[in-house]
Design a protein around this ligand. Sequence first.
Ligand SMILES: Cc1cc2nc3c(=O)[nH]c(=O)nc-3n(C[C@H](O)[C@H](O)[C@H](O)COP(=O)(O)OP(=O)(O)OC[C@H]3O[C@@H](n4cnc5c(N)ncnc54)[C@H](O)[C@@H]3O)c2cc1C
Length: 369
Amino acid sequence: MGTDRIIIIGSGIAGAATAYFLTRKGLRDIVILEKDKIAGAQSTGRNAAILRTMIPEPVINRLARESADFYHNPPADFSDGPLVDPVGVYLAARAEYKPTLNQWCDANPEARLERVSAKPIYDKIPILAPGLEAAAYAADDGVLDVHAILQGFIRGATREGTQLRLNCEFKGLKVGNGRVQGVDTSDGTMEASKVVVANGAWTSIASLFNEYALPFTPYRRHLLVTEPLSEVNPRWPVIWIVGEEFYFRPESGGLLMSGCDTVKVTPEQGEIVEQTQLERIADKASFWLPSLSEAKVARAWSGMRTFAPDDMFTIGNDPRIQGLIWVAGLGGHGITCAPVVGSIAADCVVHGKSDHPAASGMAPERLLR
Ligand SMILES: Cc1cc2nc3c(=O)[nH]c(=O)nc-3n(C[C@H](O)[C@H](O)[C@H](O)COP(=O)(O)OP(=O)(O)OC[C@H]3O[C@@H](n4cnc5c(N)ncnc54)[C@H](O)[C@@H]3O)c2cc1C
């Protein structure tokens, strides 16, 4: 084997963060392959950009809190401006969902949140329909500048020699002597000693990985942004209504909203916008924000959230073959958690494992049992 090259498949937040943290460890021969003509245009460019650390699952909650520290205090040369607008995030519930909300909070005693009544929400958003009774509030959470974050990771990596190959599609692994030897791509074969799989929803395409495939599934979700609305204060917090599958936050003078649809798709179906799903969002918005029921949609889109069967992230070395590392199944929290995801993935590439306390729960071997 004549190469120490590391190939990363995918230039979304997972691949970009991994490349960034590999270069922080001094590695230089890194190539990111991206099938599209621009970086990060799939899930990373199609999400709600919410920094939400109040995640019920304790392992992911921990990754989110540690990643939030990075976003609030990034390295000096990472970006020109702040990465988070800390407008605050409320998880709010009607009386019947108070136990669910409490369970979420109880499962994460170290989470930085306040348990409050719904009053502060109504004080801030007087047009919200009555009915909410309890909330958990994370004052430092808010809206992420996803573009700046992705560029920060990619710029930080390419400054240290990482190559970003756009319009270059990974077609299959090259394997020999029990280890990864390289990849076949639309530009020909490339040698590598390590291959990092970070291609989002396309991790579900078993034929790309043959006997090394793992069981990932993409689910499509819609978002819309209304036209600017005089009733909306751009400093409103993010409101996530537990049990109602509805969230909204200020965006571009209007509101960004989701009805939290979760429809299993293939990657080719990931960008299809279904009118029925937009109507579902509109119905929820009319209920919770009745004075905005005539608001016009400025734009609407969909994207994919990709999950392993147990909904846990999958980060780590594939036990079946040397040199294959997965950074996949980041579901609905990939942007929030990217700094710690990338750092754990880089440890796995360099040392074969990570000592982070969350790493063992995310290792790929659990998917082989
Ligand atoms: C509607 C919606 C709302 C969301 N809201 C939030 C939120 O508010 N906060 C949050 O933290 N997360 C959110 N998420 C989740 C977040 O967007 C994802 O977890 C994250 O973007 C996943 O990043 P990724 O790098 O794994 O995948 P992607 O961003 O999809 O990157 C994978 C890349 O691999 C490339 N690729 C695929 N196949 C190949 C191939 N064969 N060869 C070369 N390149 C290939 C793709 O083109 C793509 O660029 C949301 C997701 C959706 C869909």
